[in-house]
Design a protein around this ligand. Sequence first.
Ligand code: PBG
Length: 327
Amino acid sequence: MELVNRPRRLRKHAVLRKMVRETRMDKSSLVYPMFLMEGSNLKEEIPSMPGQYRYSVDRMEEQLIKLQDAGVSSVMFFGIPSQKDELGSGAYDEDGIVQKAFRKAKEACPELYLMGDVCMCEYTSHGHCGVLQGQEVENDKTLELLAKTALSQVQAGADLVAPSDMMDGRVSAIRRMLDRHGYETVPIMSYAVKFASSFYGPFRDAAGSAPAFGDRKSYQMDYHNRREALKEAMLDVEEGADIIMVKPAMAYGDLIREVKDRTTIPIASYSVSGEYAMVKAASQAGWMDEAGVLCEMATSAYRAGTDIYLTYFAMELAKYMDEGRIG
Ligand code: PBG
């Protein structure tokens, strides 16, 4: 048969296949999310996320060192306080769980890049991401508390803050607060395009942060919307975000690509707890090959335009990148 174009020619040899790969990844772009809890000598497995743990601050170091050894150079901290209240005061307490974790991590692993998730839902008794007025989350009152939370994390040692609450105007509120205290060089990575998603289920289990009533649809985005995703991204760029995130990652590759093409700042995507749980459950049942699936998921996020990838599989991916399986 006379065929001029045979795409298979480029697939025949493993060396050439690698040479013509279009998506290149590097483990320096991986961020590992970690849950920290009060108490001592605790490492509790999260039931809905097998292989992931909540650590007390005195036990976190072993995990940080393992990550560094694997070549993962950044972590994102989530705090699980022992007490919650209406105003989520544990979020901005100088001696709060995440603040203690930052101080300890800075001292134990000074080379690690430390990111702080800035939100109220792990700290409020009602589980919503802000202050309530009746049954509603009050946007403008919450901004003040978010800014205080970001500042307290930075003062404790966070290198970057990442607001995930989806209040309007939080990026500028945080930027102003940080600048006023001399932290004008600390970047903000905004969870700009964050959807009200069932994929967060296992996280809420891990952090005990499910809302006590209602849902998050009045502040997180409706997943039917594409133009609104661009609006959210643009607004955060205008407010001074340094990096913007799309979350979840797996079902939202179209938006990662679009936000990437329409902005000029780096794009992060977050492969969330539900993505992790699905892969784990199916591979534990013997229904899918875990390594194969997570390599494919990660590559699709990068192919869509991800620069920074947050994932509970960071350590595994670093290994597969080293082995040349992906990357
Ligand atoms: C806090 C926050 C959540 C996640 C990251 N930051 C939960 C939520 O919005 O309900 C989800 C992360 C994950 O599922 O892995 N607001």
